[in-house]
Design a protein around this ligand. Structure first.
Ligand SMILES: [Zn+2]
Length: 679
């Protein structure tokens, strides 16, 4: 759980997902429910199955999901709460025009008005399609791509404002690679049979979309071939996901003049002028190889290909808001084929997701008023303080770090800002106009509002009070450039945070979540940022080397973990998250021990407090998942699958090994010299 470094990755739709349920009393009566376990399995052979086997057997993935687990259940529960809030707001017929109530009501209702949406068909994008068909030359192509950015479509690359990674109090313009319709570079370049099949399916999808637009079969097939050939060229110069994890390699700040020198093939003057940005200031060019690659691409791509590519980008970004033939085709590929999900979610859930994104903090404000008790915030503040103290104690005792670096680490730990529940200052939506009627127009209004917001930030100080997630999101994040940890209201529910559970279980669940986010400040990426959030090396060479040796062990442990047939976890891609899981477990365990003051709590249901701590952790990650969704996640997600999150980190920890009597010969046993002791 973590904020992706750049907004771009979030936009690309890597979704991580979330959790559990206060409503189902039978499940929540006990913090650890014996029937959820599979006691036929030895904890040392498969700890994940031991804790979760019973639950997994009883909870196959529902048709409208590609995966289902603690996170999904909370998410589901949240949607019902949000819908009741929207219904309440919708009943206020006299909500004044321009009020938040009016905006939420009209946005949601416009999305549910399928009669009008069907009647419109492709009409909402016809004017734009026509403009694309009339483009004459590359200058016009560049100008048109800038107008697409304003309307929430990102051909070739993403453009956004973000903190300058070396001067984190200032917002600067950012360019980040993109422009691909498949989830990752690997999908275009891998030569195995499975990947080839997916590419064939993608070409079919492209073809069908062009047919829906009104092309005949042959022309549609030709355009589909143009699009995938073009995107393959983009993929060839793109960074892999592992390369994207290196903050130094992805930081290339330069003036507009330098950008024009580096990427002369792209008309940046026209691009920025059309965006409405007279003086972009210094620009961070995320991936140099990619942007230099645009030179050749701009030169060799013919107008016919440009038109096919831009048409595809427009249709892809619009499909979900058009008539049902578009929605269905979009789902057939991205839902069914790529993730193995048989059924679409009902419309109200999809529309609610869109409203919850577009008017996120407006809805979030209603959400916390209704569902977030002040007592939760107080308890979290106390817990976070305990965790911070425990982390400090552990840093002081590390045997692999010099005092010099320890002092800096402790300063950074002290400086971490904590945000809990919801923002102190809510986002102002007064400039966003939502009208009854056209869903598509409202989508564009939301996108333009969002775009103008980010455009206005460029060159100004970072607003440190802002949140990167809405309160109704079941997740948490660490933001390295603010050195802050953030816990939205929605994650402060069982099984993460259970007011009725014993402390052992809560420390194993929400305690580890807090420790996880804190550890992100000290993972292989986060450690490169200093206490004020600048990329700035504060490590001695020897300490950096010792850290690398330790994390290499963790990389090896995950690389060796087989999830599906022959598919393994990518240890380098998931390293930051894995360091955070291991650190979170160690720090929270220490905090729990501190809270006991030497006492040993009595066992509950025959389970010792230490066992319940690790089981509290393990049940957060229980999950049923479709093989296709798993395969996709292994390639694209920086988080390891739930199973690996449970079956690897604890086996590096002495207290766990003792608690469950893990022995050599157990399947998950890790010999001492292969274990990772980091934070
Ligand atoms: Zn994380």
């Amino acid at each position: 759980m973590k904020k992706y470094f750049i907004t771009a990755v979030l936009l690309a739709g890597v979704v991580v997902f979330m959790s559990f349920n206060r409503g189902i009393k039978t499940e929540m009566n006990k913090a650890i429910e014996p029937k959820n376990m599979d006691t036929k399995v030895l904890p040392g052979d498969n700890f994940y199955e031991y804790v979760n086997g019973g639950w997994i057997k009883e909870h196959p993935v529902p048709a409208e999901y590609s995966q289902y687990g603690a996170f999904t259940i909370l998410y589901e529960e949240n949607q019902k709460k949000l819908r009741s809030l929207i219904k309440k707001v919708s009943a206020e017929e006299n909500a004044p025009k321009g009020s938040v109530a009016q905006k939420i009501r009209d946005f949601y209702n416009s999305g549910m008005d399928t009669v009008s949406i069907e009647k419109m068909g492709i009409k909402p994008i016809e004017e734009e399609l026509h403009k694309i068909s009339k483009l004459q030359n590359k200058k016009e192509v560049v100008a048109y791509m800038a107008t697409m950015q304003r309307r929430g479509v990102s051909p070739l690359f993403y453009f956004f404002a973000d903190a300058d990674q070396r001067n984190s109090s200032m917002e600067i313009a950012n360019l980040y690679q993109g422009g691909l319709g498949l989830p990752d570079v690997d999908y275009y370049l891998a030569t195995d049979e499975g990947s080839k099949k997916l590419r064939d399916a993608y070409v079919k999808h492209l073809t069908k979309m062009f047919i829906l637009k009104g092309e005949n079969k042959d022309i549609a097939a030709k355009k589909a071939a143009q699009v995938i050939a073009f995107e393959t060229k983009l993929a060839q110069v793109s960074f892999t996901r592992v390369e994207q994890r290196n903050p130094i390699k992805n930081y290339n700040k330069m003036s507009l003049a330098a950008l024009k020198d580096t990427v002369p093939g792209y008309d940046w003057d026209i691009f920025f002028k059309t965006l409405g940005l007279k003086n972009p200031g210094d620009i961070n060019v995320g991936q140099l190889r990619f942007f230099k690659g645009l030179n050749k691409l701009m030169e060799e791509t013919d107008m016919d290909t440009w038109k096919a590519y831009l048409t595809w980008n427009l249709m892809d970004a619009s499909a979900n808001y058009l008539s049902k033939d578009f929605v269905k085709q979009n789902f057939d590929f991205y839902g069914k084929t790529l993730s193995g999900q048989p059924k679409m979610q009902p419309r109200w859930k999809r529309v609610l997701g869109v409203v919850s994104g577009g008017l996120g903090e407006a809805l979030g404000q209603l959400y916390v008023e209704e569902y977030f008790p002040a007592s939760s915030k107080e308890r979290m503040v106390a817990l976070v303080n305990n965790l911070r103290t425990a982390f400090g104690q552990r840093i002081e005792k590390l045997d692999w770090m010099t005092d010099e670096t320890k002092t800096k680490a402790l300063e950074k730990l002290d400086a971490i800002t904590v945000k809990i529940g919801y923002p102190d200052k809510w986002r102002d939506y007064s400039k966003l106009e939502i009208v009854p009627g056209s869903y598509f127009d409202n989508i564009i209004a939301v996108r333009e509002f969002g775009f103008n917001r980010k455009l206005n930030k460029i060159g100004k100080p970072v607003d440190k009070a802002e949140w990167g997630m809405t309160p109704q999101t079941v997740n948490a994040y660490y933001n390295p450039s603010n050195n802050e940890i953030v816990f939205p209201a929605a994650i402060l529910q069982p099984p993460f945070f259970n007011p009725e559970a014993d402390d052992a279980v809560n420390y194993g669940a929400i305690g580890v979540v807090i420790g996880h986010e804190m550890t992100h400040g000290f993972d292989d990426q986060g450690r490169q940022y200093d206490k004020v959030g600048n990329l700035n090396d504060w490590w001695t060479e020897a300490d950096a080397k010792a850290f690398k040796e330790k994390t290499d062990k963790l990389v090896a442990l995950y690389n060796n973990y087989e999830v599906l047939d022959s598919l393994h976890v990518n240890g380098k891609l998931t390293l930051g998250e894995n360091i955070a899981d291991l650190g979170g477990l160690n720090i929270s365990y220490q905090a729990y021990q501190n809270s006991l003051h030497g006492k040993t709590p009595a066992p509950i249901d025959g389970l010792t407090a230490d066992q319940r701590f690790y089981m509290g952790y393990a049940q957060v990650w229980r999950q049923s998942i479709r093989p296709k969704a798993m395969a996709q996640r292994l390639k694209t997600d920086v988080h390891s699958p739930g199973e690996a999150r449970v079956n690897i980190p604890p086996f590096n920890i002495d207290a766990f090994i003792k608690a469950f009597n893990v022995k050599e010969g157990n399947k998950l046993y890790i010999p001492k010299d292969k274990r990772a002791y980091i934070w």
